[in-house]
Design a protein around this ligand. Structure first.
Ligand code: MN
Ligand code: MN
Length: 314
């Protein structure tokens, strides 16, 4: 696709004009020849604190109008190498996590079984479990880079139901969707956990790179370890609260002392060269945002995903 084919990449339409699909890419469910599909998953009923992430996909799409298509750091124009479409949203059911998880798995499988790589925009982090189920079904047990302030390997928060946005990786590990030797958490911090929570995450198999370790060693050392550990197909799950609330206030469970926008961008860019088979970006809650900065960061991180997939195709 050239600038002329898509006005979003040129000057014919300003960011505030037109209909905001992601980067103004075609909205279609016809995946013939499509390399990558962007999928919204506007579900936030599994949050334990503040809601609003159901409004994330739409706002991220709106903010993506400012992305013109060339990644100057990675020197790639993803939509030139890849056919990318906006697949729209999963038909979630706000009052039923079980029905919603089934709908997410079904829609994700519908896409990836056709050979199209999926980038999912949440929504709260509970959506990662059905997404991992679909990806593991196609690719086998996955290496996972989980970027987050929180471990999300808790046991059921609410007795009646095991699933919430704090539990997806526990069940993904227990269901064998994730390789225990290649599950890496990055950015973990905050006062919401205790020693037992952290010990449990480690017992489940996590290599936990805390925010302290990130800041002490720096992003290049973290990336070196990720590249050494990851084997085979890699799934990336990114909770926007990994960023410091100064950079991403629009999220349900903010934790002080996180990564800057630049550190987060560098971390994602540094995953270049790995066999990325799927990605999600979750927990953007526009009602708590200021000046849309969280959604702008999220749309740019999504563009980095696209750039990595474009380089993979090279
Ligand atoms: Mn989190
Ligand atoms: Mn999370």
């Amino acid at each position: 696709m050239t600038d002329n084919d898509n006005p979003a990449f040129g000057a014919a339409l300003q960011p505030f004009m037109g209909i905001p699909s992601f980067m103004r890419l075609p909205v279609t469910r016809d995946l013939t020849g499509v390399d990558v599909a962007i999928l919204g998953v506007p579900y936030d009923s599994a949050t334990s604190n503040r809601g609003g992430a159901r409004l994330g996909p739409r706002k991220i799409r709106e903010m993506s109008m400012m992305i013109w298509g060339y990644n100057s750091t990675l020197n790639v124009r993803p939509t030139e190498r890849l056919k990318v479409v906006d697949y729209g949203d999963v038909s979630i059911i706000p009052t039923s996590i079980l029905h919603t998880m089934e709908a997410i798995s079904a829609t994700a499988s519908e896409i990836i079984e056709q050979g199209t790589t999926l980038i999912s925009l949440g929504g709260d982090h509970s959506i990662a479990l059905p997404l991992l189920r679909s990806h593991a079904k196609k690719f086998g047990p996955l290496s996972v880079v989980h970027i987050d302030a929180h471990i999300d390997t808790w046991e059921a928060e609410f007795a009646a139901i095991p699933y919430s946005h704090g539990t997806p990786f526990r069940y993904a590990l227990q269901e064998g969707l994730i390789r225990k030797d290649a599950y890496i958490q990055v950015g973990i911090r905050g006062p919401v956990s205790n020693e037992k929570d952290y010990a449990e995450a480690l017992e489940l198999g996590a290599r936990m790179i805390t925010i302290h370790e990130v800041m002490e060693k720096g992003i290049p050392a973290v990336l070196a370890e990720i590249h050494a550990r990851v084997k085979g197909p890699l799934y990336i799950s990114l909770d926007i609260d990994a960023a410091d609330p100064a950079y991403a206030p629009g999220t349900g469970t903010p934790e002080v002392g996180g990564m800057s926008s630049y550190q987060l961008l560098s971390l994602v860019r540094g995953l270049r060269g790995l066999d990325i088979v799927g990605c999600d970006l979750v927990e953007v809650s526009p009602p708590f945002d200021h000046g849309d900065i969280t959604s702008i960061l999220a749309s740019n991180l999504t563009f980095e995903y696209l750039s990595l997939l474009a380089l993979k195709k090279e």
